[in-house]
Ligand binder design. Structure first.
Ligand code: DQA
Length: 144
């Protein structure tokens, strides 16, 4: 089983970026934790980050036929990107939306996700644990 983890804008700054909201773990720390969690499942993980919407769209398109599940923290693009939503719908790979923070409990502009309707489900509000829970969710989605 192959899982593609994609991270959107500003997530490269985790660890120093608003730690009260996003925690002290860096994206590299989280990647290491994801790989550890994936190991017993024998799941292969590819873990990427981009600040560019188009690059994320390209990665989603290229995932067709190569990955079984996508785990996406689209960051701010969650709330704005029709292009990401269309890419997910186009490739038809089961996609899990994740967030470190509980976006439903934050500013009103974060309460709307344009990608949610084309994802199989959401995990939000558990900090770095949202990523680790997503490994388990990806395994269960793939077993369906
Ligand atoms: C985020 C939530 C988004 O609203 C925000 O723009 C981010 C991070 C999260 O993981 O909590 O950059 O996706």
């Amino acid at each position: 089983m192959k899982v593609l983890f994609l991270n959107g804008p500003n997530l490269n700054l985790l660890g120093q970026r608003e730690p009260g909201i996003y925690g002290r773990a860096t994206l590299a720390d989280i990647e290491a934790g994801v790989r550890k969690r994936a190991k017993p499942h024998k799941a292969k993980v590819d873990f990427r980050q981009s600040n560019h919407e188009g690059e994320l769209v390209t990665w989603i398109q290229e995932a067709k036929g190569k990955f079984d599940v996508i785990v996406l923290n689209a960051a701010a693009l969650t709330h704005t990107s029709v292009a990401l939503r269309d890419a997910i719908a186009a490739v038809g790979i089961p996609t899990i939306e994740i967030h470190l923070s509980n976006t439903s409990a934050r500013e009103s502009f974060r309460q709307k996700s344009l990608i949610a309707p084309v994802c199989v489900g959401q995990i939000a509000g558990f900090g770095a644990n949202s990523y680790y829970l997503a490994v388990d969710a990806a395994v269960s989605v793939n077993e369906k």
